[in-house]
Design a protein around this ligand. Structure first.
Ligand code: TXA
Ligand code: MG
Length: 342
């Protein structure tokens, strides 16, 4: 199968493919998703196959209206409605109890809840409207790899496995949506994203942060949390705030192989780089860095033969919390430290 790139004037074609039960990757403001008709069991099964995703990891259902949620959710509690009003369309995914029998087990991974997202991306809202069905949409990467923020990233991972990709250029936010569980009386943030705890508390009052760790045989609250994530083939090291970048560069210079270095432009420009350092700019500030992180990790993987990647840390507050959550996972918790490395 040849994977087509649909331009923004070909949304009708992309919608027809979704209606036929085919898979189409769609843009969002966070990352690209892998779309299929959420009401078509075979199509949904094919999403897991294309990604190589474990079948117990449920999918987000993308909608273009609150009334579409009402068709599938058992009820929408008042606080969930307030969040929808405040943040939709936008980067907040809301988990609710499911109406029995309306969506296949394949979508929910057998859970009694379902995650809903109303993305802030008009071409995809048009795609859902034209297809006339809600769309499942995990991030459109091969399972375990960094999420895709361009149509080219999706093409790299899924060419030949899906019907097409609706190209809307690079994603603006770059890290996946905040996921909040509103299915019980105690709201819990399961994944940090651009809509922050602070933003949410401004609408529904104080909430718990999730520190839930999952044992091997336990059913996790957000099943995706137990799997390996965002990992390029070379080891990523977090360069903590306050680290002297000159020491990082000195370490790189001493290596017999190429090393990637991801930091803000002003940091890169302040350093005199050894020839075996491969640079990737995270731009200026944490919003730029979040938008570029996955692109950088992918570029080192696909275009350079680096054996390690040094990446800048940001304070883990607000959007920085989402950035550091992804960077920590991609690094498997490894930090650059002079003790280990000199
Ligand atoms: O920004 C995003 O959310 C992107 C774009 C494409 O919308 N989508 C995305 O999907 O990141 P995915 O499948 O890569 O991540 C969804 C996360 C997974 O960790 C999954 O386990 C969790 O949400 N999740 C989905 N449904 C759930 C449910 N009913 N209960 C708990 N966690 C759920
Ligand atoms: Mg994902």
């Amino acid at each position: 199968m040849d994977t087509k790139i649909y331009q923004l004037n070909q949304i009708d074609e992309a919608a027809a493919a979704i209606k036929r039960g085919e898979l189409v990757s769609f843009p969002t403001e966070t990352v690209y998703g892998l779309g299929a008709d959420a009401t078509n069991e075979t199509a949904v099964k094919n999403v897991y196959l294309a990604k190589g995703r474990p079948s117990d990891n449920p999918l987000i259902v993308h909608v273009n209206s609150v009334s579409m949620v009402e068709k599938y959710a058992a009820e929408i509690p008042d606080n969930a409605r307030k969040l929808m009003k405040a943040f939709w369309p936008g980067s907040l995914t809301i988990i609710l109890n499911i109406k029995p029998g309306v969506l296949s087990k394949t979508v929910t991974g057998g859970l009694s809840t379902v995650a809903f997202r109303f993305p802030d991306c008009q071409p995809t809202l048009d795609l859902i409207a034209k297809a006339g069905v809600p769309m499942v949409g995990p991030s459109a990467n091969t399972s375990g790899k960094p999420s895709p923020t361009t149509a080219q990233h999706v093409y790299h991972d899924l060419n030949g496995k899906i019907a097409g990709i609706l190209d809307n250029g690079p994603s603006r936010v770059g890290v996946e949506s905040t996921v909040i569980d509103m299915s019980t009386d105690t709201p819990v943030i399961l994944r940090p994203g651009a809509v922050t705890k602070h933003d949410i508390e401004g609408v529904i009052g104080s909430i718990d942060l999730n520190h839930h760790k999952v044992g091997k045989n336990e059913t996790p609250k957000a099943p995706g949390m137990k799997y390996k994530h965002y990992a390029p083939s070379s080891q990523v090291y977090i360069v903590d705030e306050g680290t002297d970048w000159k020491q990082v560069v000195k370490w790189i210079e001493a290596q017999p192989f190429d090393v990637g270095i991801m930091a803000e432009t002003k940091i890169l420009q302040s350093l005199s780089m050894p020839t075996n350092a491969v640079q990737f700019s995270l731009g200026d500030g944490v919003a730029d860095a979040s938008a570029r992180l996955f692109d950088g990790l992918r570029e080192f993987d696909d275009e350079h033969n680096v054996k390690a990647i040094m990446s800048q840390a940001f304070p883990a507050v607000d959007l920085g919390g989402a950035y550091m959550n992804r960077l920590n996972k991609s690094a498997g918790g490894m930090h650059f430290s002079l003790d280990q490395k000199n």
